[in-house]
Design a protein around this ligand. Sequence first.
Ligand SMILES: [Mn+2]
Length: 356
Amino acid sequence: MNPENRVKKLLGLMESKSLDCLLIANAKNMEYLTGFEGGSLLLIPRDGENMLFVYGVNYEAARVKARGVLVKLVKHGEILIDKTVEMLKAWKIHRLGFDSLTVSTYLKLKKRLGNVDFKDASSIMWSLRKIKDSDEISLMKKAAELTSLGMQKALEMVEAGISEREVAAEIEYAMRKKGSDGVSFDTIVSSGPNSAYPHGGCGDRVLREGDFVVVDVGAKYRSYCSDMTRTFIIGKPSPKQLKIYETVRKAQRLAAENVRAGVEAREIDHIARDFISRAGYGEYFVHGLGHGVGLDIHEPPTLSPYSKDVLSEGNVLTIEPGIYIPGFGGVRIEDTVLVLDSGVEKLTDAPYIYQV
Ligand SMILES: [Mn+2]
């Protein structure tokens, strides 16, 4: 689906909320609605021409790439807020929806647009972005394919004697060479005791026999993210390591088997959490089961005990249970999946091999 169709849908939602205009300041939302990532502010009036404000550095690119909008240059010395206020006044806007504003911008706009009613419209944007269209799905499949390739590289590289940083560099290099535009987040290669930190980063530690090694990686492809984790054990696993690994693996499989359109997100979290708790590790599963993925690496829907989301066909999300024991180490296994009517399609794909 092209950006113009997304805007068309958005206009329908604005009408149902009686919004005269939408002010989009979030970069990803602007990209979603125009196909161009370098805009500074987007105005979508119900009556009037959609307007994308762009600074000089991005102006020429915007004129070529942005779709369905009038591209307006913010010249040197001009102030974006002045131009915004000018347009909103010219259009006689009364109910203005916005997606995200800094407090300082909000106060400035409020002061100069005294009679305008400001409405938080971020949920409208998420209601669209949560359901991926066919164009997005094919880009996300490509991102996931590159990620899987990176994980294959990790499987080749992880061994005693190499540093976390070197493994991360090899993964990123392999993905980049095959077409990745970058990474969705800083690659995590956390080994030994570091693996007990869910977001352990990667550093100079050299991998050793007996380590857990958590590798969490996501290629980016044409602005779309992906997310995948595997945990390796160097050498022969101890019985405790094996029990933790098997528990996480089974929790992940159980959760994935139960995902389909119409299911409550918190129910899926519960399935994995309950399984881990019964194995005696409940207190060590310290985060939600998963999150939506798209233009952002973390976006709705959320899989957690507190989520109010109901899953729909076209959601793309991660399923990533983990067990983290301070001082001992941790295991996480994660895939990015596409929600279907009857189940899931796994987008990331690498074997669940743990012993290296
Ligand atoms: Mn994740």
